[in-house]
Design a protein around this ligand. Structure first.
Ligand SMILES: [Zn+2]
Length: 957
């Protein structure tokens, strides 16, 4: 087993273990302590104490779940195993360097394991210790009083959500709460920011020293590894000194007696006590043995799954407590298989949770996708539901967001409240629960029965698309039936002591069918109104290249195609060569690299003097790749190379025959290719598609086969397929971006049938799931995606043959706006901060950037634009256009110049004629432009960033 695998396999277990074991061990420890202290307390108080500790147990595990990932990530960064493995994979290393890296790797892997174990157990202990101090306080404070849960408010969201009490506090209690909050925050902040790193330093020192002579590659037995880890850990424990130093550093000479310091002292006393040190030792040991021996190591291969997993765990507190108690009893001599029965029970519970939450996500996605029910979810509860929640002791504010997997706002109506009030004392508790919620508007005066009221709201939401989409929570079977019959209404109920979503009803399913029918009708209507677009029909004919039948003569636009003797020579030679290779290639030849000089475009010839305002525009880019493909390119993308800083990019080209090929552009002439799909590759995207740390390549073929690839750069380039999924056919473009700003990437696809969809990687189901869908009135001629002036993330779709464009807002209300423009029909519209822009085989005669409701043109864009791209730099946005004659223009703008005027080109150069695809990328050193022609030629050009900066500042002073 490699060390890297070891680390990767066990990180999940370590965190999950932290939540269970830590919770149980420390809790039982503290409870025993309390009992010994006051054996003769009255039974009521004891019951109350049990309740408080019980409540704390679950809240505390939640906090550990919240804080553990950030602590884990800090250690991950501090002990950067990934960067070393990356270096090792890169090849071209001398033997000495390799040995050095392997040594570094062994220290880093072991250091990470030991540090994680220590940090997480210390975090657990700290939280438990604080909780026990505060909980003991509550019991003391409230032993006489009837109720007070005010102190919850200082805790992290998860803790205060537990009670959700809005009870009034006296001034004295408030002050106490504030003090407690300060202590809590101060120490946890200190630990997560400074303490962890100090702890990591100690670990690093110890591991470096101890492992100097140890040859890890000879150690294959997990027992040996565990023994080594334990001995390292014991040394770390000996050198860490007092635990409190990492959590609550306090000046020993500080004798102040303010309440904050006093509370801190209590915390320190507890942490540095023998019991805590011993518990810490056991915890660390458990983590380490779990990391080498646990039979279920493959449960959590990545971090996101761990987070999910800890959520499931949090719902299995009773089982965790049983397992934890068992483990804590045997902690000193824990062996493989110990507490196996308890573990099975816990594991079963966790699996049940997982199934339950997956089912919820599946049902919700139906409503989200088809009926616009989006987070934050608006749940509306009636009296029956409030009553059931109370009976089953379910805290709705805590349970619903967990179950629905998103923030939730809980409402009721005044009709429901009225009904509960009328029913009187048997339902007094339910009334209290309902009263704690928001009151949704309903028009009933005088109030109606709750069933009538809610079904009215459901029908109203159905008719008026603008009304809030509620999820209805009720135990009333009559109302449930009514809601099911309406269709498109999600229903929540309580059964088996838990909240559940009703399966998608028959009416809802029928509804989904008709919904599609309606879209069809709208499409027909729009076709009638806007007329058939001839271009669309033409594009349907497969194999016909619109460019070959629409070769336009350059307009007298001030920019002339550059012709000169040199160019003519170059072109003749190029064509001849291209023709030959192309012919051979048809028979299945390999891609060949060609001498660079052949493709050198020539600068403007003196015989064709440029107009005065275009003077000094010409630029000669360097060519860093030129080749002829065996089959025509059908999708093109440039992706960053990681071989070195500022490395030239990698060209990714999807071809008509379904292959994807990649080329290096660093003169090493490396290339690689994938297995062929059954139909042409039509879309390529690159990014963190599955939200893992590394970027992945996504290709989609015309018949909807999506493939994920890892791009491996070594002595050769290769594409390693990692995943397949069948998507919709006719996808013409794909982009990976976090468009709704939820921290997770979306895959946005544009389809030929005027539809834009977003997908998101779902870790549980291990595939891309649909998120949203928009349909636009007519054929999409071009698309740009980026930030609007208000920093909204939007897609702008230019509509072929009309002066309209459609703006889709990805976040917030997901609205679609159809806008009119004064520009002519073949215009592409872009938001000011465009991250992505391209055309779809349509010839464009205008490009317009939107800035504060103003439309700014890019001037003199040349002939018919076929290729278009942007690079967003920190200080400006660069737009590059290519027309059918190979004239390539570079524009740049920033907030200052675009507010003043339309934008003139910065430079002009010549690239391959008959370009059909174009891609751009920016590195700190240069902007790279790759073009692919209708004849299968491919070339990559670079423009130094210096030149762009220099010209930009010259033009704009
Ligand atoms: Zn009402």
């Amino acid at each position: 087993m490699s060390w890297w695998e070891l680390a990767k396999r066990h990180k999940g277990k370590i965190i999950a273990g932290g939540a269970i074991i830590g919770g149980a061990v420390a809790l039982s420890m503290n409870m025993n302590q309390k009992r010994v202290e006051s054996p003769q307390e009255e039974s009521g108080l004891q019951a109350r104490r049990h309740y408080v500790f019980d409540a704390n147990q679950s809240a505390c595990d939640e906090s550990i779940r919240e804080l553990a990932p950030s602590v884990f990530r800090m250690i991950q960064t501090r002990f950067n195993v990934e960067s070393i493995t990356r270096q090792l994979q890169e090849g071209n290393l001398s033997t000495e360097k390799k040995i050095e890296l392997w040594n570094e790797l062994k220290i880093t892997v072991m250091g990470r394991l030991v540090a994680v174990a220590h940090a997480l157990s210390l975090l657990t202990l700290t939280l438990k210790a604080q909780i026990s101090i505060l909980a003991a306080d509550i019991v003391t404070i409230t032993s006489g009083a009837t109720k007070n849960n005010g102190w919850w408010s200082w805790a992290p969201a998860s803790m205060s959500a537990l009670v959700g009490g809005k009870g009034e506090m006296s001034a004295d209690e408030k002050r106490r709460n504030d003090t407690a909050r300060q202590v809590f925050l101060r120490s946890i902040e200190f630990f997560t920011q400074t303490g962890v790193l100090e702890l990591a330093e100690v670990v690093d020192d110890v591991v470096k020293r101890e492992l100097q002579e140890v040859r890890l590659d000879e150690m294959r037995d997990s027992d040996e590894v565990l023994a080594l880890l334990n001995s390292l850990s014991a040394k770390v424990a000996a050198e860490t000194g007092s635990l409190s130093a990492y959590v609550a550093p306090i000046d020993k000479d500080d004798t102040s007696r303010d309440s904050v310091t006093l509370l801190l002292r209590r915390l320190i006393l507890l942490l540095d006590g023998d019991q805590c040190r011993e518990t810490n030792g056991r915890l660390v040991q458990f983590f380490l043995s779990a990391s080498t021996r646990c039979p279920r190591v493959r449960l959590m291969p990545n971090e996101r799954r761990i987070l999910k997993y800890t959520t499931y765990l949090a719902a299995c507190a009773p089982e965790a407590l049983v397992y934890g108690n068992c483990v804590s009893q045997q902690a000193e001599s824990i062996k493989q298989g110990a507490c196996g029965k308890e573990f099975e029970k816990l594991f079963e519970c966790v699996q049940k949770q997982q199934t339950r939450l997956k089912r919820a996500a599946r049902i919700l996605s139906v409503y989200r996708y088809n009926f616009g029910v989006t987070p934050p979810y608006q749940v509306i509860i009636d009296g029956t539901y409030a009553h059931a929640a109370l009976k089953e002791k379910l805290n709705l504010a805590e349970q619903l967001p967990k179950y629905l997997g998103a923030p939730v706002e809980i409402h009721t109506t005044k009709c429901c409240l009225d009904e509960l009030t009328k029913l009187g004392s048997p339902l007094y508790g339910a009334l209290c629960v309902a009263k704690a919620q928001l009151v949704a508007d309903c028009p009933h005066n005088p109030p109606r029965g709750a069933g009538d009221c809610l079904s009215h709201l459901a029908r109203r939401a159905k008719k008026d698309k603008k009304k809030k989409k509620f999820i209805f929570a009720t135990q009333d079977p009559t109302l449930q039936d009514k809601l099911r019959a309406i269709g498109g209404i999600p229903i929540l109920y309580i059964a088996y002591k838990t909240v559940l979503l009703d399966p998608v009803s028959e009416a809802t399913k029928t509804e989904m069918e008709t919904e599609k029918g309606e879209l069809e009708t709208i499409r027909e209507l729009k076709k009638e109104l806007l007329g058939e677009e001839p271009e669309k029909k033409k594009r349907k004919k497969k194999g016909v290249n619109p460019l070959s039948c629409k070769k336009k003569v350059m307009k007298k636009s001030g920019v002339k195609p550059v012709e000169g003797t040199k160019t003519a020579n170059g072109k003749r030679r190029r064509r001849k060569k291209g023709g030959e290779t192309g012919g051979a290639g048809g028979g299945g030849g390999e891609e060949k690299m060609e001498t660079m000089s052949l493709l050198m475009p020539s600068p403007s010839a003196p015989s064709a003097p440029a107009p005065a305002q275009m003077g000094g525009l010409d630029f000669l880019p360097s060519v860093c790749l030129s080749t002829t493909l065996t089959h025509t390119c059908s999708a093109l993308l440039l992706i960053p190379s990681h071989t070195m800083v500022d490395a030239p990019p990698i060209v990714v080209c999807g071809k008509e025959n379904g292959e994807t090929v990649i080329f290096s552009t660093d003169f090493n002439q490396r290339f690689g290719k994938s297995e062929a799909c059954t139909s042409p590759i039509t879309a390529i995207a690159y990014g963190r598609a599955t939200n893992q740390t590394g970027s992945e390549l996504v290709t989609i073929s015309a018949d909807g086969q999506l493939t994920l690839f890892k791009v491996i750069e070594g002595a050769t380039l290769s594409l390693q397929p990692t995943f397949h999924q069948l998507m919709q056919a006719n996808i013409t473009a794909a982009v990976i971006a976090d468009v709704d700003r939820d921290g997770l990437m979306e895959l946005i696809v544009i389809m030929t049938d005027r539809v834009v969809r977003t997908f998101q990687w779902c870790t549980e189901s291990n595939r891309f799931l649909p998120r949203n869908k928009w349909e636009v009135p007519s054929h999409i001629a071009g698309v740009s995606i980026g930030e609007s002036a208000t920093r909204q993330y939007e897609a702008w779709l230019s509509q072929a043959g009309s002066r309209q464009y459609v703006a889709i807002r990805f976040s917030g209300d997901h609205s679609v706006t159809v806008c009119d423009s004064r520009m002519d029909a073949a215009t592409i519209f872009m938001p000011y901060r465009a991250d992505y822009v391209r055309t779809f085989g349509s010839l464009v005669t205008g490009i317009v950037v939107h800035v504060n409701q103003k439309e700014r043109r890019l001037r003199m864009i040349g002939g018919d634009i076929i290729g278009l791209g942007t690079v967003r730099l920190p200080s400006k946005v660069v737009v590059i256009t290519v027309d059918v004659n190979g004239l390539c223009l570079v524009y740049a703008y920033n907030e200052r110049n675009i507010k003043k005027m339309d934008i003139d080109p910065l430079m002009r150069m010549t690239v391959l004629k008959d370009t059909f695809h174009m891609a751009l990328i920016g590195t700190p050193a240069a902007i790279y432009v790759t073009v692919a022609t209708t004849r299968g030629r491919l070339a990559n050009y670079s423009i130094p960033m210096d030149t762009i900066d220099h010209r930009f500042s010259r033009f704009n002073t």
